[in-house]
Design a protein around this ligand. Structure first.
Ligand code: SDX
Length: 428
């Protein structure tokens, strides 16, 4: 295998080393390109062909539909681990021992109280505010209440910020939902498991004891694992580039939440449910929506389908689809939306437009059906995605800072006006 790439430009040859990853991925290291060629840069809108970093956290192979966190397959982790174990694995690189996991959880619980004054910020939002905008704002506001920016040279300071946000973020998630529902806000119950506590904070009625349903707890735990990390996706790249200016962890996470909000990214899980509802209202006319998705004049896309990297089944979609059947069956819910989703999937998988473009269901296609079965409002689906992705964002931010990566600052090719003379307003 060649150890270098050769670029011929203006009659000169320039050599660039080939970088090989632990899964044999290859990249051309172009760190010296501009200097060596007198100013050449690469151009790659959307970074479809550009690696931003070398990372040891998550590996995925889009052609084969493979996803692993720190070397463990997503199938194994979804089946055998719980979310807090996976969070520890992503952030610190190893599956925790029993003692390590207990200490991690204890430390998280000890830092989970959110300053009551944060409620004043929450009160300022109209009830119509989208929960992702609220969550992003409250997450950024945490910096004001926890001013110690992360001194990454101190492992203790880093660990302290990690357990703080792992403890406070679920409270912000629950507050964001309950505020819209006019329900009182509480701080959870430290006697519960991490995911049990999330569910109780979200759903406990002020005048009732919250009855835990292990089916729902287990289903949410699995969904959070499946969303926990996904290498250099849009929101994770945002967290890394914001953090590369040495902005604090909470500010970087707030930016990631905003990036995830978009319907082409995490916002797709909400858009899928809205699309399936529209199809249901349209007498289940999936063919009409398939035609819209293929019509280049129509901006409509089949939400929950396609992926920048997966050109095969998203392994998470397979697991979530199976879980949707199990959860709805166990809860005795017969949701026609699930049948519409399955029908749409079958049509797309047999339609040349989708087959040719290798468009398969992605993580967002079935997840909303389970969230809905849990009683989670549609506009909270992307917030649940953010809750799952939190440990991945933390892990990626931590890796970037510990690796002392330079501030992210891409170049461009200017295509605007050349130099021109200023004209005073009377001469324009
Ligand atoms: C997530 O990156 C990650 O890892 C993200 C994520 C994570 O865990 O972080 O996996 C989570 O964001 C999943 C994706 C959720 N988004 C959606 O479901 C929205 C619908 N999907 C698309 O908009 C699209 O597939 C993207 C945004 C996901 C990927 O877009 P790309 O890689 O930029 O591909 P493209 O837009 O260039 O599409 C290639 C072709 C185009 O047609 P042609 O110009 O070749 O004729 O495929 C078509 C597109 O029009 N196409 C679709 C389509 N997705 C792509 N056509 C109809 N419906 C779709 N969903």
């Amino acid at each position: 295998m060649s150890e270098k790439a050769i670029l011929e430009f203006n009659g000169e040859q320039h050599e660039f080393p080939i970088v090989k990853g632990s899964e044999n991925e290859l990249g051309i290291d172009i760190k010296t390109l501009r200097a060596a060629t007198g100013g050449l840069v690469t151009l790659d809108p959307g970074y479809k062909n550009t690696g931003s970093c070398q990372s040891g956290i998550t590996f995925l192979n889009g052609e084969q539909g493979v996803l692993r966190y720190r070397g463990y397959s997503i199938e194994d982790l979804a089946e055998k681990a719980d979310f807090l174990e996976v969070a520890f694995l992503l952030i610190f690189g190893e599956l925790p021992t029993k003692e390590e996991l207990e200490k991690f959880h204890d430390d998280i619980k000890s830092k989970s109280v959110v300053d009551d004054d944060v409620k004043k910020i929450l009160d300022a939002f109209p009830k119509t505010a989208h929960p992702m905008g609220v969550l992003s704002s409250l997450t950024s506001a945490l910096t004001a209440f926890n001013p110690s920016s992360v001194d990454v040279s101190s492992e203790d300071a880093m660990y302290n910020s990690v357990v703080k946000i792992m403890g406070k973020f679920p409270v912000l998630v629950a507050w964001t939902m309950r505020k819209k529902q006019g329900l009182p806000l509480d701080y959870g119950d430290n006697s519960l498991g991490y995911v049990e506590n999330v569910l109780q904070m979200m759903f406990k009625k002020p005048n009732e004891t919250y009855i835990h349903n292990p089916i729902i707890t287990e289903a949410l735990d699995k969904l959070l694992i499946l969303h926990a990390d996904h290498e250099q996706n849009c929101s994770t790249s945002t967290v890394r580039i914001v953090g590369s200016s040495h902005a604090g962890l909470f500010a970087s996470l707030s930016a990631g939440i905003s990036a995830l909000w978009g319907p082409l990214h995490g916002g797709a899980n909400q858009a899928v449910l809205e699309m399936l509802e529209d199809i249901k209202e349209d007498d289940g006319d999936t063919k009409k929506y398939m035609a819209k998705a293929k019509d280049k004049e129509d901006p409509f896309r089949l939400m929950g389908f396609g992926h920048r990297v997966y050109k095969n089944f998203d392994p998470r979609a397979r697991i979530i689809k199976k879980s949707a059947d199990q959860v709805l069956g166990q809860l005795g819910i017969d949701d026609p939306i699930l049948d519409i989703a399955k029908g749409l999937e079958q049509e797309a998988l047999n339609d040349n437009y989708f087959v040719k473009r290798k468009l398969y269901p992605n993580v967002d296609f079935y997840s909303g059906i389970i969230y809905r079965a849990m009683g989670i409002p549609t506009d909270m689906f992307t917030v649940m995605f953010a809750l799952g992705r939190l440990p991945g964002w933390i892990a990626q931010w931590r890796e970037m800072r510990l690796n002392k990566e330079p501030i992210g600052r891409p170049r461009q090719i200017y295509i605007g006006e050349n130099l021109r003379e200023f004209k005073t307003i009377n001469n324009r």
